[in-house]
Write a new protein. Structure first.
Length: 214
């Protein structure tokens, strides 16, 4: 983890040291993208929302880019062809890359079914600033959780191009983290991601406040 230390006065003038600090900020002030991928109903958004709260509690600036919300606004008008799905993911990736470039944390939760497009986003954001989180929930469980009945409609042939039914989902081959939502809660999974970010230096852990004597 990066240590925050001021340059000694004999090394350079304070004004120069301040410019250097802004140009080369410590790791916990640098941007990073946490990219959740997985089937619809896997638990991406739920875990992402918990993670956002944890990161805010640790003093980081965070933006949540949820796939469903982005489709309503940024990607309004796009369909569900492979080309439109890729365009949607690239748009999310571009916004995430800008957030990261300005020192923020982008938490993205989108199905992002195609491996090549996720890798393209990784390059766009920066390989060392991209944390791919695979929410590995079985298809049967995702169908069980589906309150809107979209999987059932896809199986009946009422809708087409539904990921996991008649359109493929390509799981990551080398995800940075793999989450199990059957045995672990969203809170536990979010904590696991937070610990990974702390270990990488993107989140600074402050000393716990002293407990007053009774």
């Amino acid at each position: 983890m990066d240590l925050v230390r001021a340059l000694p006065e004999w090394f350079t003038r304070p004004e120069t040291a301040e410019i250097l600090a802004d140009t080369y900020p410590p790791r916990h002030r640098q941007g990073v993208c946490v990219w959740f991928t997985g089937l619809s109903g896997a638990g991406k958004s739920t875990t992402a929302e918990v993670l956002v709260v944890r990161l805010l509690e640790h003093g980081r600036q965070v933006t949540l880019l949820d796939g469903d919300v982005v489709r309503t606004h940024l990607s309004h008008g796009l369909g569900f062809s492979r080309e439109d799905r890729d365009a949607n993911i690239r748009r999310i990736g571009f916004v995430a890359s800008e957030i990261v470039r300005h020192g923020g944390i982008a938490v993205c939760a989108a199905i992002s079914p195609y491996r090549a497009t996720r890798n393209e986003v990784r390059q766009m954001v920066g390989v060392d600033r991209f944390v791919e989180v695979y929410v590995d929930t079985p298809l049967e469980e995702c169908e069980r959780r589906d309150a809107k009945g979209m999987y059932a409609r896809a199986r009946r042939g009422e809708i087409h191009g539904w990921t996991g039914i008649d359109d493929p989902y390509e799981p990551p081959e080398h995800a940075d983290l793999v989450l199990d939502t059957l045995r672990h809660s969203a809170e536990n999974n979010a904590q696991h991601i937070l610990e990974r970010l702390i270990a990488a230096g993107f989140v600074l852990v402050s000393a716990a406040p002293a407990v007053p004597a009774v």
